[in-house]
Structures are given as structure tokens and as C-alpha cells.
Write a new protein. Structure first.
Lengths: 454, 454
């Protein structure tokens, strides 16, 4: 029996898609997502296990919301795409336990809407919330703007159901907060980008929704960054929810891209920080944020600050930050990066990178990021000759290697795009230990082949 | 050259201890810790790696503060004990980054004393703080009384240095908050009880010390537990720091063991909860706790409550809870357990266990635990015939199997003591996946042989 017929006999006609049906679907960010030309939609872990046993040795490419930015969903002919879109049930919301049990195909927005009536939420929030799936967020250990407060996706995962390359199903869905009963196997699969196992179900930890959020825009000299942050942390404790940052050129770009004429803070040589603090009510939250900022203003640690006094003012501040999402979307040529450094290294790195790019004609560096987490999103725009990616990569990653402990991927992952950068950055024993993990769980290299490890 | 001489040539005479010197050392909780009769004290990862390559195939038993409760430090002749006591340097405290880099042999108390001047602390706190080591806490994924607030040890680990069975040294000490650069290998070693690799250095996330803590003792009917907790969480949010619980018989035992005549709350049929809430100052913290409790008192969800108005009152409340540490220490015969369940299952499990023990002459069940985390510490006391452990185990774990998702070890780990219970509780694919991990990193079964996996 032909493979496609065998798969249809397992899953039903409607759940095995060939090239023609696939071509009607949005490929998402990675334009080669659907090149395999064959996609299955198993209903649950058992069906997925049956698919894996029916396709020995075949390359399997798991796909969630297709919002990844590093070609982690690339596929090619001869491979089989697995979609989790039918595993879209929220099976349980348990306010007493503070947990939810959801299918891998549920989107973050769907989950959030279901949790809202309970006054609960998942900790992680990302811009792609409408389309990104919980399974994809677990497999890529998603980050976003609230990592400072809630950690990355890993921190919110209580349990998992995982299907291994050989079709074995691991039920690790126990939602316990404390469970030292042998190895915590779920940790192996979180953030492994679908190369070690396929996540089909997630037990998520839930958090109380903040009652009120105060937002401020702050101007600060780069060199004051690493002294200002611990002061903020000490003053606001766990109410400190976000420290987003924009370097001057990026602030100008973002404000302009949003068509803002009146800026909340005048441009200056320094950085611009978007701060958020939680509180029991709007006024208390604003007062706490103000109390944290005033001393820093008085002693000159920060140059200027404005605290949003209304939803409208808050929206304006965030519009500038979100203008960063538009960088390059107008088709301007450029390359984009997602690196991570120690807080004290952030601005020195940006300065060193600008120096390294001085020799590259027409290259300008736009920098914003989750500064509180040490995460920079860099856009190197090409207003002149189209320098090849390798040349620009060399400037970005070569400069990064000068800063001990820097990472070539803060939150986007490796996929195919960052293979070379990861290999160059990894000590041999670390790479060997990664390969040992792959060999242990996917000896035939079936699961998302080529991603993460090459 | 004899092994002992070879080791001495590697580490120096003073750092290789034979039986006579070993016999002068405190074996700690597990009386057979030192039965190997040979202990080395490497100064760092490089020396430890040299020891491993010089002792091919030899069983290695890592030992920290020897405060574990599950025979995870047991050793026997022919094995080599590795002590981390010379890896006792706090290499770095970085308030800006909110991290510390510490040797595996540093005790929690030593670290806490060093962090206090910065107003920072490690999230996890346990009773053994004076002797337990950071490396041991990582290897066992330590829990304690603040898990509700800070998570277990895993949540505070930013990076690790690990020595593998073959002597390879993994430098995973990058302290970044966000680092999706390939597999997060450190997760494999956290909580694996020294069976997959040996932790030599830890990059720890630091947290602001609470400015003030309010403490309450609450009487509650067991059936109200699972409705009361989400209300507490909603009212106090992240200021809710601890929900400890004692069942009535245990409350009586603990109060008596501490020689308390005047009890903060009169005995009753219900449970007693010790609650802690953080706040900016004592009064605000107390008022917030009171505001959270009053409605529950008025609608009868809780029966009675007292909020400590002074350090002395706070100490009294905690003395009762800490009386639990004395259970069995007077030599009364009994068996002790550390299980974990969903919050809604806690009291039903205790009831079911008491029913299961009704047939065992002279067995009484004392229950306390980290109720907010679903973690019960059970003491089954024998006031009559000395029932063999297997019989009592059957009651405890047999009853546990009736509650979906329950765990045979919440925080103590497996060691040797819980091997049988773990095997009985694990589905075959999960056990196979654990063995695959062991085969990948320790194919010769050198590292803490027999522990966790049997």
C-alpha cells in the first residue's frame, strides 16, 4: 500500500494532506515549511505514535503556529510534516492546583481567553500569541516580554506528554509542583525544537493576572544601566515586570515607523527603557514606580522619565517599543539577530559591534531588546552594498565572542539559521554532550532532522 | 603504582583519605556513607576529571553535606567517595546580573551570609542550611518551605560546571537568564542525584530578600483546603510565601514535643495551616494577610486564625511546625515518607491512608507538609508490633496509586531507599527513557551506581 494510503487508513482521508492541499495553507515565516508536500494531522499521541511506527526512518518535521524565526519548521521532499492543529482541546483548568492541561495545538490566545474568567494566565506572553501554539512554545522554550517576571516557558511547564521517535509515548503530565521521582525527563524535551521528541500535551502552571500595571519610559546613560537595574529590582521586588530597552537610533526608527510626532521623551544620546510594574491598583502601581524612579532622577542615574497616567499614554509608550517589530518589514534590506549577554556587557557589546561595522559601508545597527533579561534584538540594516550574510554574521558573532558567556540565541532558538554560529560558539565537550542526547532519543535522526545539531 | 598512591600523586597526600581518617568523620544521615573506605578531595573540576580518568570503571560516590534522607550517599568497598569540600569558594556575587558563581562545596548558610549585605538571597531554603552544599542541593533539586514562592532548586540554577563519567568537563556556567543556544544540558544534571554527572560549580539566580514577613496560624476543615488556596493566591499574589500544614494528631505531637502548654490555636478536628506573606513592612504585610483571611473567616471557609503580632508570636507558630522535625528523633519506632499529590487529593489521601492502616495494629499516622506545594511528609509510628517496612510501604504507596499523578518522592529524591517504590510507580516507557539517559552519559554505570535506577 502506498504511504499516503496507509497514512489515510490510520488517520482518515481528511487528515493526510498532499501538495495541492498544502499549497493552500500559509507557510508562515519559513517559506520552505511545506516543501515536504505531505502533512498529517493526528488527533492525539496514539495516532501520532501509529504514524511514526508506520513510517520507519522517515524524517518528521513537527509544526505548530509556524511563527518561529530560525527556519526550525523547514521541510523538504521525502519528509513528513506533523501538524498538531487537531490536538486543540483545553482538557482541564484547575484553579485550586493552579494548572491547566492543554493539547499541543492550542494557541496562546485561546488559552488566555479561557483562563481570563478565572483571573489566571500563563506566565509567558509573546507577540505571536494569536497563532503560536503551546506545544511550539514548549518545544522552543519561548521567551517574550515577561521573562523578567515569570521566566521562560520552561518555568511554567509542570508536565508533558511526549511521543518519541520510535513511537513510545511518555506520560509525564503529572501536574505536581514537586516531583523528585527520578530524572525530570520533561526538561530534555523543552527547548529541543522537536529534535528529541514530539510534545502532544502540556500541563501548564498558571499565575494570577496582574490587577494593575504601571508603565514608564526612562532615558538613561548606557553606563548607568548596570547600577540602575539592581536598584529597580530592590525598590519594586517582584512587582517589576518588564525592562525593555531601545538604543537611540532604534528609538528614532520606531517612533517614526509608528508615525509618532510628539514623543513621550525627547531624543537624546542615551538609551530609552520601557518599564512595567505590577500593583494592586493603578494608583498604587504608579506611585510605587514613581518612588523607584525619583531617587534615580535626583542623583542623575537616569536623565528623564515619564509615567503613563492613562491607558492612552501607556499605549503610546508601547507603540514605540512595538515599532521594533516593523524593522525590515517594509522590505528594507538587513539581517536580524537575537543575542544574550550579561547586563553589564550589553552596551559595551553594542559599542563594539558599531565599531566592527564601521568598516562595512552603509551598515547601520538598530538595537532594542529585553534589556532586563540581557537579551538584545539586533537589526543590521544595509543602506548601500548588499553585504553577504556571512560578512555581517562575522561582525555580530565575532564581536559576541569577545564577551564571556554571551549566547548566539537568547530566545529564538537555533533551527537551521544559527547552526554555524552555534557550532563556532560551542566547546567540543558541550557539543558532544548534545549529540549524546540526540543519539539516546533519536538514534536514526528522524525528528526535525538537521535542526539544532546540523 | 597502587591506586591510593596514584591518587595522592594527583591530589596531594592530604586530600586522599583512607579508612582510618574516614572513620573520624561524621557519616551524616546515611550510616554507610563511608563504607567505601577511600575518599578524595579534588580542588576543582580539572582535578576531579584527572581522578576519573585515573580510576577507569571504578564506582564513584559523590558526597556533599550528607544531609540527604534516602541513602543517596551510600558507599561500599571498591568504590571511591568524592567530596567537594575544597570547592568551597564563592567566586562571584554580581548584584547587577542578580547572580552568584559558587563552588559545589559551599554551604547554603555560607552563601546566605555572603549575600545578606547585598539584600539578596538564594530562593530555596531548607532546614539543613548549615551543612547542605549548593552542589548537593542542585544534584537533588532541593525543595523546602519556600517552593511555593521561588520554585525548587532547579528554578534558581542559571548555569553549571559538570564533570562527566569519562572525565569530560562541561562548562555550562554562563549566567544568562535567556539562552536558547541548543539543548539546555544543565537540566539533565539537576536532580539526577549524581548518577549522570558531577556538579562542581553553580551559577545561581539571586532574589531580593523579603523586607517583612507576616505569619499566621489558621484552622481549617480539610474539605475547604482546595477552595481556600486559590483565594489566598488571588488575594496575596506573589506575596504569598508559604502554606505549611499539619493534620490534628501531628499538631498535638508537635506542640507537645516543643513543650508548648499555651497553644496559639486550640486543638480541633481540622487542619492547621502556617501561612507566610511578604510585604514592604511588618504592618502592611500583616494587614494584607488579615485582609486575605477575614472574608474566609466570615463565610466559614476557615474556622479560626491568629496573626503573629511580634517576633515572639511568630517564633511560637514556627516552633510548632518545626516540631515535625523531631518526629522519631526520640527513637520512637516508625517509618517516614515524602509524597506529593494534587492539592484536592491531599486530605482524601490522608483519610484513605488512615483507613488502610486501620488493619495494622498500633500504627498511627502523623502528617505535616508543604501543603501549598502538594507535598506531605508522613510519619507512620509503630506503637505496638514492629511491622516490617514492606508492609507499611504497601499501605503508603498502594494508597498513593489510587490517586492519579501522585509521586513517591516530592523533594527527598530516590537514592536507594525508594528504588522499589519508583519502579512500581513508573510506566515502562518512562523507565526506559530514564535508562537511555543513563546509558548516554554514564554507559559504564560509574556515577553513584545503584542510586535512582537500581
Amino acid at each position: 500500500m502506498a504511504l499516503i494510503d496507509e497514512l489515510r487508513s490510520l488517520l482518515g482521508e481528511a487528515h493526510v494532506l498532499g501538495p495541492e492541499k498544502l499549497s493552500l495553507r500559509d507557510p508562515g515565516w519559513c517559506k520552505t515549511s511545506q516543501a515536504a508536500g505531505l502533512l498529517v494531522r493526528p488527533a492525539d499521541a496514539a495516532e501520532l505514535a501509529a504514524v511514526l511506527t508506520a513510517t520507519p526512518g522517515m524524517g518528521i518535521v513537527p509544526q505548530g503556529g509556524l511563527t518561529g524565526l530560525v527556519e526550525g519548521t523547514e521541510s523538504h521532499p521525502g519528509q513528513l510534516i506533523v501538524s498538531f492543529e487537531r490536538m486543540n482541546r483545553i482538557e482541564l483548568i484547575d484553579p485550586a492546583q493552579g494548572m491547566a492541561l492543554v493539547g499541543a495545538g492550542v494557541t496562546l490566545a485561546e488559552l488566555d481567553a479561557a483562563l481570563e474568567p478565572y483571573g489566571l494566565m500563563a506566565g509567558v506572553d509573546i507577540g505571536a500569541r494569536d497563532s503560536c501554539t503551546i506545544g511550539g512554545m514548549v518545544s522552543t522554550n519561548a521567551g517574550g516580554i515577561r521573562v523578567l517576571r515569570y521566566g521562560m516557558m520552561r518555568a511554567g511547564v509542570l508536565g508533558l506528554e511526549v511521543v518519541l521517535a520510535d513511537g513510545a509515548v511518555l506520560d509525564l503530565t503529572s501536574p505536581l509542583m514537586k516531583n523528585n521521582a527520578g530524572y525530570d525527563l520533561k526538561q530534555v524535551f523543552i527547548g529541543s525544537e522537536g529534535t528529541l521528541g514530539l510534545v502532544t500535551k502540556v500541563a501548564l502552571r498558571l499565575f494570577p493576572r496582574p490587577k494593575a500595571i504601571a508603565t514608564a519610559l526612562v532615558g538613561i546613560a548606557p553606563e548607568a544601566l548596570s547600577s540602575f537595574m539592581p536598584r529597580l529590582r530592590a525598590a519594586l521586588g517582584d512587582d517589576l515586570a518588564a525592562i525593555e530597552g531601545m538604543w537611540p537610533a532604534c528609538y528614532r526608527y520606531c517612533a517614526a515607523s509608528q508615525g509618532l510626532t510628539r514623543l513621550p521623551l525627547a531624543e537624546g544620546p542615551g538609551l530609552f527603557l520601557t518599564l512595567e510594574a505590577f500593583g494592586p491598583d493603578d494608583q498604587t502601581a504608579r506611585e510605587a514606580l514613581e518612588a523607584a524612579l525619583v531617587p534615580a532622577l535626583e542623583d542623575g542615574t537616569i536623565k528623564d522619565a515619564v509615567i503613563a497616567q492613562s491607558e492612552a499614554e501607556r499605549a503610546t509608550i508601547w507603540r514605540i517599543r512595538e515599532g521594533g517589530g516593523l524593522i525590515g518589514s517594509g522590505g528594507e534590506p538587513g539581517y536580524h539577530y537575537d543575542v544574550s549577554l550579561k547586563l553589564a556587557d550589553l552596551d559595551p557589546y553594542v559599542q563594539a559591534l558599531e565599531a566592527a561595522c564601521a568598516g562595512l559601508e552603509g551598515v547601520s545597527v538598530l538595537v532594542l531588546g529585553h534589556v532586563g533579561d540581557g537579551n538584545l534584538h539586533l537589526s543590521l540594516m544595509l543602506d548601500g552594498p548588499l553585504h553577504p550574510r556571512e560578512v555581517v554574521d562575522a561582525a555580530v558573532y565575532g564581536t559576541l565572542r569577545q564577551f564571556q558567556g554571551g549566547s548566539v540565541s537568547a530566545e529564538h532558538g537555533i533551527g537551521l539559521e544559527k547552526l554555524a554560529a552555534l557550532k563556532a560558539a560551542q566547546p567540543a565537550p558541550v557539543r558532544a554532550a548534545m549529540l549524546a542526547l540526540k543519539a539516546a532519543y533519536d538514534p536514526e535522526n528522524r525528528l526535525n532532522p538537521g535542526k539544532v545539531l546540523g
